[in-house]
Every structure is written in C-alpha cells, then in structure tokens.
Design a protein. Sequence first.
Length: 521
Amino acid sequence: MQKENPVIVGLDIGTTKIAAIAGRKNEYGKLEILGFGKADSSGVNHGMVLNIEECIRSINIALEGCMASNPNLNIREVYVGIAGHHIKSIQSRGDRVLANIEEEIRQEDIDALLKDQYKTYIPTGDQIIDIIPQDFTVDTLSGLTIQEVIGMSGIKIGANFHIVTGDKSAIKNIHRCVTRSGLNTKDLVLQPLASAAAVMCPEDFEAGVAIVDIGGGTTDLAVFHDGMLKHTAVIPIAGVNITNDIRQGLGVLRTQAEQMKIQFGTALAEEAKSNAFITIPGLRGQMPKEISAKNLANIIQARMDEIIEYVMYHLKQINLQYELKGGIILTGGGSQLKYLPQLTELRTGLSARIGLPNEHLASGHHTELTQPMYATCIGLILRGYDDYESNRLRFISNNREESFSNSENIQGSFDTTARAEGMSTEEILQKEFGESTFKPTMPFENESIVINPIINDTYSNNGSDLFHQPQVNTTEERLMNEGKSKKRTELIKKVFGTVKGMKDTVIFWFENIEDEPLDKA
C-alpha cells in the first residue's frame, strides 16, 4: 500500500529559511520523510519575494539538499506556502434559491454557491486565494455543516464564507521563482492553514484553538471554533524584528543578535538574572562588550508583547477572546523562545503550549523535523495528501522515488550544499545549523558567557535512521492505528475544507505567467 501512495513535496519559502521536505504516507496513515533540504533564504522579506534571482538560488540549494538526502528522489512538483503582509481576509455571505425544491440538496448546489463568491468585490490588484465555507443555512435552519446540508430539502441555501485574498504580483513572483527553479507549483496553500494542519489534533479542533505561527518575517494566525475555521490573519512582525531590535538596542552585529536571541533569549524578562552578562568579542582589536541578560530579555519581551497584542486584537474582532477552550498553540521558529507560553498565558488569560509537527509523522524520522519551524512544510505535504485522498482534480503526482533504500542518509544534502557554495561540509553544518540548535541556557550568577561559533553533531548518525519504520504486529495495534489514522484524515479534511473540495474544478492561480525553467546544463 505504501508504494502506491504518491511522493508529496512541501516547499516553505520563508524570510529566514527555505525548506523542502518530501514525504509519503505509510500503511498506517502517517508520513514517512523521504528527503529533507534546507537553505538560508535570500531575496525574501516579510514573506514576499523581492529578489527573484536570489530566491531561486536558495530554492535550488534546498531542493538539491532534499534530493541528495535520498538520491532515488525525482522532484518535479511542489506544494508552496504563501504568507506576507499582503494577505487579507474578509467575511462574506452567500445565498442561493434552489432550482427544484422537490429534489434533495446535492454537492452541485454547494459548488454553485461557492462559485458565486468569486463575484465578491476585492480591491484592484488583489486575487482570491481561498474561499473557506463556515456554517450553512437551509431555509430557517442555521449552524449546519456541509455534511448535514447535503441530502436535505429546502427552498433556499446559504452560507457564511471566509475569503482570503493576496496581491497578484506577490503571488506571481512566488510562482515565477518556483517555475524558474525547474518545478511545477501543484498548489498554493495559505501558511496558517498548513501550520494548523501539522500541529493540531482532533481534540484541539473540537475545543477551539488559535494557531500562532511565529516565523522569521511574519506571524500567521488561524482561529478555529465550533468545528470550523473562523478567522485567518498575517501579522507583519516576527523573528526578524526581534533580531533587529537586539541589534539596534545593544549595538551588536546581526549575526551576534541572532545568536544571542537563540542561545540566551527569554520572552519573560522577570525570569532573567540581573547580574548575568553575555560577552561579545570586540571587532578588530576592540575590547569585548558585555551585554546584560536582563536588557536582552526586556528587548525580546517588548516585541513579543506587541505580537500577542495583535493576536488578541484579532480574537476580539471575532468575539472569541474568551471562547477558545483549547487556548493558543504556538509554533514556528519564533515559538522556541524560553518562557513564551508563560508570557502568552499572562497576557491573554488563555492556556498556551508549543505545537510540534509530530502528530502526523511516522516514527523513525530525524528529530530535527519535529521542531516547530517545520510545521508549515509538514502541513503542505498533508495538503497534498488531502488532494490525493479526495481525488481532487483527478490527482496525479509527477514526483517519483525510483528504488527505496535504507542505506542513504541525510548527510548527502550537506555535501551538495557545500559544493554549491564552495564550502566544506563542516562549514555548511556550522553555517546552517550551528546557531539554530543552541539550547536556551542562562549564565550563572556573576558569570559571563562568551559568544563563539559552535559546531555540533545535530545531524550525526546517533542511532536515528531517517528511513526506519517500526513494524506493527498485533491486531489490536493495527486497529488502534487505523482508528487514529481515520481521525487524522478527518481533521485534515476539516482544516482544508475550502473551495478546492470541488473535484472537477480547476482554479488557476498563476494565469499569464510565461516563465520557462532555467537551463541547468
């Protein structure tokens, strides 16, 4: 069964990193990771592509790393996430009188109601990305789901819709980068929905939660309540802003600011020791500089308070600030700041936790992929499988894995990246992962910590096999896994319950794009 499932590739084009992950569902409905590549992002600012050539270069490095980690992979198409401050959302209402009141309501009636929403007025230069149905009405009955509506009888059907729009030029730039990297864009997916799919469980969906994905350039928000998506938003403040605050406030280099944020940063200033200091080496013979850990924490908390205020503003706009029993799920690279859940609970009055993208992953994957920063990329793969399992647009995948082998490991991706940048593999390891894998630790009292480059063995072969999957032997275990798989599949269908549910309707995001793949000879 596993061999019959397609290879789906998610491409997360972020402000600070570009990640490409290839995955395939096993017989128990969990994702097995077949390849993984990552590169520093260039040419992208706050989720928008500003320099196409630099962005293409970063995409190529990430894809080469992904295919080098599993040489049997042949990647031709990807699911791409989209965010950025140009993303907007509006609420809309649609009603439709049924042609024949004697017949029951069919899927075709729902499809026609959804198509009508494309007539909704949006500003010039914008384009509809997603139309997300919420609750339906049939005559005087309200609060119905799409499953309840189909098969009923009535005179008039209506629904509330959440419409997501984006700037046409920004959308086309993303597609242009993917096309000129030699790939096809299978679909464009709103990043808040992708992240939500990766970190939510069925209980979260039922209780009502706010997914807050704190990335490098943007903070993405998706709010679920009463078993449906209620709101999405993209907040143009995230990890890059914190780094810039540290750089300007403490007078250090950007790389030093980023390293201090990751290694010593805390979101709750009162937990930082006032007599602890971080020593920054001087430049070109200058004296070392001592930074107060307390000052660092105050700078970080000020910006995190601002992000949380934006989140609460959006929750108040839809009157759900007190209704989310599941609280707030923090994910993305910025969610790894120490004491961030505690600060969130303090400011919102809601429970908070870190959302890890391991709910849908099979065991045996590399531990790096369970970090919150890969939630969006894992969610993009889940979106692909939602299309496949729904036979949406008669789904066919052009990605291939020619002959599956356990012998390959992820180290190959670093060798390829090293050759592309003219660096050694150790230098790539240090550049790509030396800073991102620091564990947040604070100095002891009256002690200074010196910031120095560190090479760690995050990707060494420590007994974790990227391609190993455990065997399930007993009937009880099989039934348990099948039940869990069914619940996960139902959850994904609810999260991605958009206009793309129409099996035979093709929505062209990228009309008038004439770029051809670059000649890689």
